[in-house]
Design a protein. Structure first.
Length: 361
């Protein structure tokens, strides 16, 4: 999305935590701004400090358009922009644990988020981007005006870089690329793989991703280390080049409880891997049952094991689903198409002619 804006003549600034991506961001020709905020900042004075830091950045840069991505940046960024009359695009990349928790704390959090978003996203010069039709209905249901909502299918996949890979040799291997959260279905996936091992099927499992201890559903490192001690399971941590994961896998899994539009599945599909995912918003928009993958119920290890076993024992089905998945991503989710859709949102909100280099952050 930022590349599309840059190529159209925008001056692009990226504001985020400095956690190792400064160099590649600068290499794209973007200006980098390090923020100190973190989702681990829970105390009121920390949250206020983080919002003030963003507000000071907006006042110094005076951007023509701001683009907030994900719920916490949306809330912090919109609060920081109060009174500054900044046009904003706000991408809800999945409604996350704040909207799917069923315990009393989860219900209270959902009420608070809904109230905040209804107030912040109905402002003038504000557009909200959702990544699937279910999230659009959910955002409308909390009171965001329908004419302020746009559907853009994710952030796009570089289909020129990610090309289909041959299947690896050796035992059938399932991979998952995700934050190590309960909401991503890590525990049911481990249970499914272990049940196949117990039944005599040598199916391996690769867990790729870091624990996110700022999330309510985080799986702690000690539990992940325990998973890695079980037969046929490896925990790889963060994978810098995603091709290195899927080159080792026959099947891509994401048994999540809810997604926006999961880039992990899109990337796996672009590389020609068949998908196994839960029948939930976001996942079912990529894993089309019987066409690009197989769908299973949420938190159902038995159904997950059956789907994996079916693919493990049918090379022709894996090939057919993987080929269809690649074609689907090329047609619907290429970075070029998504970048163009995002660019149209930016240009609709800025009054400055492109030749004067409008500023995006």
């Amino acid at each position: 999305m930022a590349r599309a804006a840059r190529d159209a003549g925008f001056e692009v600034h990226v504001a985020t935590r400095d956690v190792g991506y400064r160099a590649p961001i600068l290499a794209e020709g973007f200006t980098f701004h390090a923020l100190g905020w973190s989702k681990l900042h829970r105390k009121p004075h920390q949250i206020i400090r983080d919002i003030i830091e963003i507000r000071n950045l907006y006042r110094d840069l005076r951007p023509d358009v701001v683009h907030h991505v994900a719920l916490v940046p949306i809330i912090f960024g919109q609060l920081a922009a109060t009174g500054l009359k900044l046009p904003s695009v706000n991408t809800i990349a999945g409604l996350g644990s704040g909207f799917i928790g069923l315990d009393p704390i989860g219900r209270l959090l959902r009420f608070g988020l809904s109230t905040a978003l209804r107030w912040l996203l109905n402002r003038p010069l504000t557009l909200t981007v959702v990544q699937n039709p279910d999230d659009r209905a959910a955002v409308e249901a909390i009171g965001v005006a329908p004419d302020k909502i746009r559907l853009v299918a994710g952030s796009g996949v570089d289909t020129d870089k990610l090309k289909p890979l041959p299947e690896p040799m050796g035992p059938i291997t399932v991979g998952i690329a995700a934050r190590m959260l309960e909401d991503k279905g890590i525990r049911p996936l481990v249970a499914a793989q272990q049940s196949l091992q117990a039944a005599g099927q040598d199916v391996r499992l690769l867990l790729a991703g870091d624990p996110d201890l700022s999330n309510r559903s985080a799986i702690k490192p000690e539990e992940l280390a325990h998973f890695a001690s079980l037969p046929g399971i490896s925990w790889l941590g963060h994978i810098e080049e995603i091709e290195t994961l899927w080159a080792q896998c026959h099947i891509a899994a994401l048994p999540s409880r809810r997604e926006g539009l999961p880039k992990a599945l899109l990337e796996a599909a672009a590389l020609g891997r068949p998908l196994v995912a839960t029948d939930v918003p976001g996942c079912r928009d990529v894993a089309i049952d019987g066409k690009t993958g197989l769908l299973v119920p949420v938190d159902d290890a038995q159904s997950l094991a059956a789907a994996i076993s079916r693919l493990a024992n049918d090379a022709a089905l894996r090939s057919a689903l993987g080929t269809a998945a690649r074609a689907f991503v090329e047609t619907r989710f290429s970075a070029t198409a998504i970048g163009a859709a995002s660019l149209s949102l930016y240009t609709s909100l800025t009054e400055r002619p492109i030749e004067v280099a409008p500023r995006l952050i």
